[in-house]
Design a protein around this ligand. Structure first.
Ligand code: GUN
Ligand code: ZN
Length: 450
C-alpha cells in the first residue's frame, strides 16, 4: 500500500521562482519569449490558476488565510507534456540490440500480449503514471495496446489522479501476431465503446490510435478516419517515417500513395489534433502538408538515438515560414527515459548534430507550452497564467552535488535552465501538482502520488 500525501486545500498559493512563456521562442527572440519571475506567487483555486505575478505585487490581494507553500529557490514551471509514449512498454524499456522492425517483433509484441490480463494492465498503468508524475509530466498522449482492457486500466488510474491524459486503443489488423490483431469492424466497435466511456470524462481525452500504416489495412485506416468523425474533439495518433526500412516497406504496402503521410491523409486521419510520432525521414512537401493540415509531429530524440532511426530536423519542422506544430515525446519503451529533462538533453545533442542550437527557452517551451500547442490544449495547460489548469512542477537546480556546484556558476535563468536540461532528471523534480493538488513530493516520507 502506498501512503497518500495530505490533501491539498481547494484554495492555496505557491511561492518561488517561476518560468513560463509569453510567446513562442521559435518565432520570437527566445530570451524575450521566456517569462521569469524571480519571486512569484501563484494563487490556485479549485484546480485552476487564478493569479500569477510578483509576490510583492500580489501578497496583499490574497484572500485571508490562504496557505502559501514557499518552494525557496525551486523553479515552478507548467507541468511537462509528453506528446508520444507507450505505457505498456514500460516493462521493456532498455531492450538490447535491435532497430525498429526487429525490435517490434522481438520485444514489443510479446510484451504487449500480456495486456490481455486486466490486472497486469492496471498494475503497469499505475506504475507508469506514478513515474510520469515523478518526472514532472502532467499530461501525455499515450498508446495503450490492442486490448480494450488496457485502455480501461489506463483511464481508470488517470481519472483517479485527475491527470489530463490523451490515450487510445491500438488498432492493428495485420503484420502482427494473431493475439494482437483486431479486425477493422472489431477495432471500430471497441474504439467507439471506449470513446463513449472515456472521451471528455473529467480530464480524459480519447485518441484514435492506428499503430502505423504497416499494421493496419486500408480498410482499417478508413474506419479509423470514420471514427474520428463520430464525436467532437477526438485525437488521432500514429507513427510516421521513423526508420528507413519502415519507410521502404510502407511504399510497397501502399504503392498508390504519394507519400507515407498521404497514406494517412487519404484515410482522413491528418488534421488538427493528429499527432504523428517521429517524422525523421520526411521531405519539405510533407512538412508543408503538416503545416497546412494543422497536425503535429512528436520529436522523440532518445528513441530515435536508441533505435538508430535518425535525426529529426527540428528547426526545419519549425521553419517560421510554414511552422509545423511540434511536441516532445519520450516514446518509452524505445525511448530511454520518461524524463522530459533527459529528453531535452538528447534533443539538444540531436540539434547540434544537424548544426543547430536549441536555446534553453526553446527547449522548455517544447516540453511545456509547445507540447500543449501541438495537442491543441494550450488554452488549458502548458503555461502559468490565470485561467489555466494548475498542472505544475517544481524543479530543483541543486538536486545533486554536481548540479548544485554547476548552478552556482549560473548568471541567468537561461543558464540555469540549460544546466537543468543537461544534468537533470527525475531527481530534479522536487514536486508535482495536478489540477492544484500536490501529487508528488520528492522529499516527503512517502514521496509518492496518492
Ligand atoms: N512504430 C510502430 N510501433 C511502434 C512502437 O511501438 N514504437 C516505436 N518507436 N515505433 C513504432
Ligand atoms: Zn512510438
Amino acid at each position: 500500500m502506498i501512503p497518500s500525501l495530505p490533501p491539498t486545500p481547494a484554495r492555496h498559493a505557491l511561492r518561488g521562482r517561476a518560468v513560463t512563456f509569453g510567446a513562442n521562442p521559435f518565432m520570437a527572440d527566445p530570451a524575450q519569449a521566456l517569462v521569469y519571475e524571480a519571486d512569484a506567487l501563484i494563487l490556485i483555486e479549485d484546480g485552476r490558476i487564478t493569479q500569477f505575478g510578483a509576490f510583492d505585487a500580489l501578497r496583499d490581494t490574497l484572500p485571508p488565510d490562504t496557505p502559501i507553500t514557499h518552494w525557496g529557490d525551486g523553479i515552478i514551471s507548467a507541468g511537462f507534456v509528453d506528446t508520444h509514449v507507450h505505457y505498456p512498454q514500460l516493462p521493456m524499456i532498455a531492450a538490447y540490440g535491435e532497430q525498429l522492425l526487429e525490435w517490434l517483433e522481438r520485444y514489443t509484441f510479446p510484451t504487449e500480449a500480456r495486456y490481455a490480463d486486466p490486472d497486469y494492465a492496471s498494475d503497469v498503468a499505475r506504475r507508469f503514471l506514478r513515474e510520469l508524475l515523478r518526472a514532472g509530466t502532467t499530461s501525455a498522449a499515450v498508446y495503450c495496446t490492442v486490448h480494450p482492457q488496457s485502455v480501461d486500466a489506463f483511464f481508470t488510474e488517470s481519472a483517479r489522479l485527475n491527470t489530463r491524459m490523451v490515450a487510445g486503443k491500438v488498432l492493428m489488423d495485420r503484420n502482427a501476431p494473431a493475439n494482437l490483431r483486431d479486425t477493422p469492424q472489431r477495432g471500430y466497435d471497441e474504439s467507439l465503446a471506449l470513446i463513449d466511456r472515456w472521451h471528455q470524462h473529467g480530464r480524459q481525452l480519447y485518441a484514435v490510435t492506428p499503430r502505423f500504416a504497416a499494421t493496419s489495412t486500408e480498410e482499417q485506416l478508413d474506419l479509423a478516419g470514420s471514427l474520428l468523425r463520430q464525436r467532437e474533439g477526438l485525437f488521432m495518433q500514429t507513427h510516421l517515417s521513423e526508420n528507413l526500412a519502415e519507410v521502404e516497406w510502407i511504399s510497397h504496402l501502399f504503392p498508390n500513395r504519394a507519400s507515407y503521410l498521404d497514406v494517412y491523409a487519404h484515410a482522413g486521419l491528418v488534421g488538427p489534433r493528429s499527432v504523428l510520432g517521429h517524422g525523421v525521414h520526411i521531405d519539405e512537401g510533407t512538412f508543408h502538408t503538416c503545416h497546412a493540415a494543422g497536425c503535429a509531429l512528436a520529436h522523440c530524440p532518445t528513441s530515435n538515438l536508441f533505435l538508430g532511426s535518425g535525426a529529426f530536423r527540428l528547426f526545419d519542422a519549425l521553419d517560421p515560414r510554414r511552422p509545423v506544430r511540434v511536441g516532445l515525446g519520450t516514446d518509452v519503451g524505445a525511448g530511454t527515459s520518461l524524463s522530459q529533462l533527459q529528453t531535452l538533453n538528447e534533443a539538444y545533442k540531436v540539434a547540434q548534430s544537424t548544426g543547430r542550437r536549441l536555446h534553453p527557452a526553446q527547449a522548455f517551451w517544447l516540453a511545456t507550452a509547445g507540447g500543449a500547442h501541438a495537442l491543441y490544449l494550450d488554452d488549458r495547460i502548458g503555461t502559468i497564467s490565470p485561467g489555466m489548469e494548475a498542472d505544475l512542477c517544481v524543479l530543483d537546480p541543486h538536486a545533486t552535488p554536481l548540479m548544485a556546484q554547476r548552478a552556482e556558476q549560473c548568471q541567468t535563468i537561461e543558464d540555469l535552465l540549460f544546466v537543468l536540461m543537461m544534468l537533470g532528471d527525475d531527481r530534479s523534480v522536487r514536486a508535482t501538482y495536478v489540477a492544484g493538488a500536490l501529487v508528488h513530493d520528492r522529499d516527503a516520507p512517502a514521496g509518492q502520488p496518492a
